[in-house]
Design a protein around this ligand. Structure first.
Ligand code: G1P
Length: 275
């Protein structure tokens, strides 16, 4: 296994976070903290753990706090240096030392597929990972992305992380159908973005972790707007699955939907209990 195969991780982070208004009026939703750490930092740490060293962040207007977060604050460093509070900066300093950050803006909100395509300029012709920071994942062993990198090393194709959901929740997710090829790994035969429960072809839902091969960019370019008039990564992945192979992986670990207030509170309680 060669974990060096994938070095870049894309973070679509242009969304408005309307469900968290007014908190997200002047602050990016990716900066909302679970305890003391912003959601996006959990994602970056998961990517680093999976062997990645280049974080490509697709932002939008009003997201500058993300760039400032992954940078040195000279004034703060100066104030805190040599004091008993210095250790509070240890974690973020370590993150900044281990990887580089690049940014581009998604000018128009045309869906997740479009956000990923906006990141092409930062990714180039390389396989890459995608993390949706509001899906917060935790696992005692290897993180979810590290688990997926190991699968990529074997199959060299796009992979989506999935979990079993209550079918009544199908409207919130991309739903996958596939044939099992190994314990927890399915070869995708169909995918539908946010179907009604009665139309959902299974209860296997995509969560916000992907590994994508770079031919996906060309596919997204020719993918028409789908559900909600948006360019969906789910639709592009179905095209890729039909042309070649896409895998769905039932990850090991826990995932919190921090894009909803309930999931956010659940994650807060969980991480507080874990301290
Ligand atoms: C996106 C994807 C969806 C996936 C979900 C995971 O939807 O379009 O297929 O299941 O992320 O969180 P969103 O939550 O951005 O509406």
């Amino acid at each position: 296994m060669n974990p060096q195969l994938i070095k870049k991780c894309l973070f679509p982070a242009a969304g408005y976070g309307t469900r968290f208004l007014p908190a997200t009026k002047a602050m990016p939703k990716e900066m909302l903290p679970i305890l003391t750490k912003p959601l996006i930092q959990y994602g970056v740490e998961e990517a680093i753990e999976a062997g990645m060293d280049t974080m490509a962040i697709v932002t939008g207007r009003g997201k500058r706090a993300i760039e400032d977060h992954f940078d040195i604050s000279y004034e703060l460093e100066h104030q805190i240096k040599g004091t008993s509070k210095e250790h509070y900066l240890n974690e973020i300093r370590s993150v900044i030392e281990q990887c580089t950050f690049s940014y581009t803006r998604q000018i128009e909100m045309k869906g997740l597929g479009h956000a990923i395509l906006s990141g092409e300029t930062l990714i180039g012709n390389n396989p890459f990972a995608v993390i949706l920071a509001d899906d917060l994942c935790d696992h005692e062993g290897k993180g979810v992305l590290a688990q997926m990198v190991a699968i990529y090393a074997k199959y060299k194709c796009s992979i989506v992380a999935i979990e079993e959901i209550d079918i009544n929740e199908s409207k919130k997710y991309g739903i996958v159908v596939g044939t099992p090829i190994e314990e927890g790994i399915y070869m995708v035969s169909d995918m539908v973005e946010k179907p009604e429960p009665q139309e959902a072809p299974s209860n296997l839902a995509i969560i916000g972790r992907y590994i994508l091969t770079p031919d996906i960019f060309e596919i997204i370019r020719s993918t028409k707007a789908g559900k909600n008039g948006e360019i969906q990564i789910t639709d592009a992945l179905l095209t890729q699955a039909k042309k070649g192979m896409v895998l769905a992986y039932k990850f090991k670990g826990k995932r919190f939907d921090c894009g909803s207030v309930d999931g956010f509170v659940e994650a807060t309680n969980y991480f507080y209990g874990k301290q």
